[in-house]
Write a protein that binds this ligand. Structure first.
Ligand SMILES: Nc1nc2c(ncn2[C@@H]2O[C@H](COP(=O)(O)OP(=O)(O)OP(=O)(O)O)[C@@H](O)[C@H]2O)c(=O)[nH]1
Ligand SMILES: [Mg+2]
Length: 420
């Protein structure tokens, strides 16, 4: 059953993403494409030239001029028909994340802000909104104690988590699975700020260190971050230029976000109090620390900034900070235009993960007897899991890089009573 499912889903997805017909049929003339409602920057990149006659048609399709609604409909249909049945049959939600909702496809691009406490996450949002938002708290001690979705609305108001998780038109139905404790620590702040017509910002409570982080949170902080990160279009991890230290807890979060490397940006904040020489040293030290945590050959994009209303202490950095700010705003400004490409990217990423998961479960299930000795065999498999991963990858020709984190998988598998 699994083989049948994922073979059809895989080929269908491959065909869909590379086929000329659906792409071409929903590409409209650029002239009729709706303009984004608000822009942070007045200037935009020039429109891309029309495709040359020699280019293959699917490559020539400019995804930025697609009819987004029709495209999202098609993606939703594909997910519902090809990926979701496989997720349900292989208990994907128990191991990874809950199924996607229709609103997840249509949601505005989401920007997730992460970082240790008091690095300036809430102030950054205030600066983007150019004003206050309901429920904001700014201060040098740990202030934000809840996750906050800052969204567009006709007038400023707060929507509590329980109500938010019930709204079918909002992309937060999935958070209901984190339970009451989390829902009381989740709110949406609606504000009529122009930037929010195009993006939704997620403010998060600062990552604390030691016991405060582990015991002080009565919900699964790590799982919640993972949930938002899966859906975010951009993840900004902020650092305070005055205290660069990467705590073990932040390291764990960053490690878990490794699969979202392409969406992660680093912001070295509060650079307004620092002169050029110090800034250079701090930047170097941050890159060095990040190198040890991120562990990839590519360098993360690190923005340097200051996002509060007070003047700079050292005017020598003014030009640099202004340019960095413009670059970051340009990236945020471009998010809605790239939403289609990113949704495809996310769906392909998920389809690959579901495919590997289904093969893995299928491979493990085959080894568990139907009647006697089920639990013994399952317990044995937990111990030999590294070997099973390699054997499964070889048997079905799957890239080992697509396999889930073995410890997490083992923990979840241990919770499953009957694999069959
Ligand atoms: N020098 C400087 N200070 C800033 C900047 N942005 C924020 N601050 C100050 O840093 C402190 C923390 O700011 P918040 O915005 O509350 O930081 P946060 O990351 O949201 O903090 P938590 O919600 O507690 O995790 C406040 O005292 C701010 O006034 C900045 O760009 N430069
Ligand atoms: Mg805050």
């Amino acid at each position: 059953m699994f083989i049948q499912y994922f073979t059809s889903s895989d080929t269908a997805l491959t065909r869909f993403f590379s086929a000329p017909a659906p792409c071409r049929s929903i590409v409209r003339e650029r002239a009729s494409a709706p303009e984004p409602e608000a822009s942070l920057l007045a200037s935009r990149p020039p429109p891309t030239a029309p495709p040359g006659p020699s280019e293959p048609p699917w490559q020539a399709a400019d995804l930025t001029v697609l009819d987004k609604e029709q495209f999202f409909e098609e993606l939703k249909r594909l997910y519902r028909k090809k990926v979701l049945p496989l997720e349900l049959a292989s208990k994907y939600a128990q191991f990874h994340s809950a199924p996607l909702n229709p609103a997840d496809f249509e949601a505005k691009p989401m920007v997730l802000l992460l970082g240790q406490y008091s690095v300036g996450k809430t102030s950054f949002i205030r600066s983007l909104l150019q004003g206050d938002f309901p429920g904001q708290r700014v201060g040098p001690e740990p202030t934000t104690d809840r996750f906050m979705a800052v969204m567009h609305g006709p007038e400023p108001r707060l929507v509590p988590g329980h109500a938010l998780a019930m709204q079918a038109d909002k992309p937060f139905r999935g958070v209901a699975s984190f339970g009451n404790n989390f829902l009381t620590k989740f709110e949406a702040a609606e504000v009529p700020a122009p930037i929010l017509r195009n993006i939704t910002l997620i403010d998060s409570p600062g990552i604390l260190s030691g016991e405060k982080q582990r015991l002080g949170r009565d919900y699964d902080y790590q799982a919640v971050i993972q949930w938002f990160a899966d859906r975010a279009d951009l993840i900004i991890i902020m650092f305070d230029a005055h205290k660069l230290d990467i705590s073990d807890e932040l390291r764990i979060v960053m490690d878990a976000l490794r699969i979202h490397q392409d969406k992660i940006r680093i912001l070295l904040n509060k650079a307004d109090q620092i002169d050029s020489q110090q800034l250079m040293r701090i930047y170097g030290a941050l890159m060095w620390s990040l190198g040890k945590v991120v562990n990839t050959p590519e360098v993360c994009r690190v923005y340097i900034g200051s996002f509060w209303e007070h003047p700079l202490k050292h005017s020598q950095n003014r030009f640099l900070l202004e340019k960095e700010k413009a670059d970051l705003l340009a990236e945020l400004d471009g998010l809605p235009q790239n939403a289609v490409v990113r949704r495809i990217n996310e769906l392909v990423k998920r389809a690959r993960s579901v495919k590997v998961h289904a093969y893995l479960i299928h491979y493990l299930r085959k080894q568990v007897p139907t009647v006697f000795g089920k639990s013994e065999k399952q317990a044995k498999l937990l111990q030999t899991l590294p070997r099973e991963f390699v054997a499964c990858a070889r048997r079905y020709g799957l890239p080992l890089g697509d396999f889930p984190d073995i410890n997490k998988f083992r923990a979840r598998l241990g919770e499953v009573k009957d694999l069959r």
